[in-house]
Design a protein around this ligand. Structure first.
Ligand SMILES: O=C(CO)[C@@H](O)[C@H](O)COP(=O)(O)O
Ligand SMILES: [Co+2]
Length: 232
């Protein structure tokens, strides 16, 4: 059984997790090989129900896990997350994020994901407030705050989420938890500094990475920009 590391070992600094939503789906193994310096590969699972788009299922995720040594970070945009999340741990994901809007029992689900050996993460859409979930933060390895409405890559970053990122980071400090704070949607060289300054430390970037001529160089540039913003 996977045992959460002790407090403090969560502090790994800035992490860049490119989304393969904007990669070439016909050649995903090769596409992931183009981002060798990434910390994790963000896999957007969509069911055409929770969001109006359809992407991968567990069989494809399992094949992807076999084709790379990078940890997979599954972002489940699916209805009935309680029923399906563990399938993605079994498919080989190191981290599984469910949406709180799609989970009937988020505490039980987070514990179940951890008990099956993956990091447990919970996502909030832009209009979902963080305050009702303050007491759950200690159950999570990562909190994902969406900075676009989930469903599609290439959307414009929503600045209105920045105060929620700040509040979430402050709550983590107040409760003494070192939960990773991930942002997802419209993250680019133009927006990453604002997110890092607000307290995010894990950054999903899809179109910014895969529209770059050299995706791995873009990973390095995003990391440098976030680190510079944190350093002040
Ligand atoms: O979860 C999602 C969209 O729902 C994201 O992971 C996006 O796919 C990221 O793409 P960009 O906004 O960076 O292009
Ligand atoms: Co995502």
């Amino acid at each position: 059984m996977w045992i959460p590391p002790p407090l403090g070992s969560f502090l790994v600094g800035i992490q860049i997790t490119p989304s393969i939503l904007n990669a070439d789906f016909a050649d995903l193994g090769a596409e992931v090989a183009r981002i060798g310096s990434a910390d994790m590969v963000h896999v957007d699972v969509m069911d055409n129900h929770f969001v109006p788009n359809l992407t991968f299922g567990p069989t494809m995720v399992e094949a992807l896990a076999r084709s790379t040594d990078l940890p997979l970070d599954a972002h489940l945009m699916i209805a009935d997350a309680d029923r399906h999340a563990v399938t993605y741990v079994e498919a080989g994901c190191a981290s599984v994020t469910f949406h709180v809007e799609a989970a009937a029992a988020p505490v039980r689900l987070a514990r179940e994901i951890r008990a099956h050996g993956a990091r447990a993460s919970m996502a909030l859409k832009p209009a979902t407030p963080i305050e009702p979930y303050e007491d759950l933060l200690g159950e999570l390895d990562m909190l994902l705050l969406m900075t676009v409405e989930p469903g599609f890559g290439g959307q414009k970053f929503l600045d209105l989420v920045l105060p929620k990122i700040r509040r979430a980071r402050a709550m983590m400090g107040k409760h003494g938890v070192e939960t990773w704070l991930q942002v997802d949607g419209g993250v680019s060289l133009e927006t990453i500094e604002r997110c890092a300054e607000a307290g995010a430390d894990v950054f999903v970037a899809g179109s910014a990475v895969y529209s770059a001529e050299d995706p791995d160089r873009m990973v390095a540039e995003l990391r440098a920009a976030a680190e510079a913003a944190v350093a002040g």
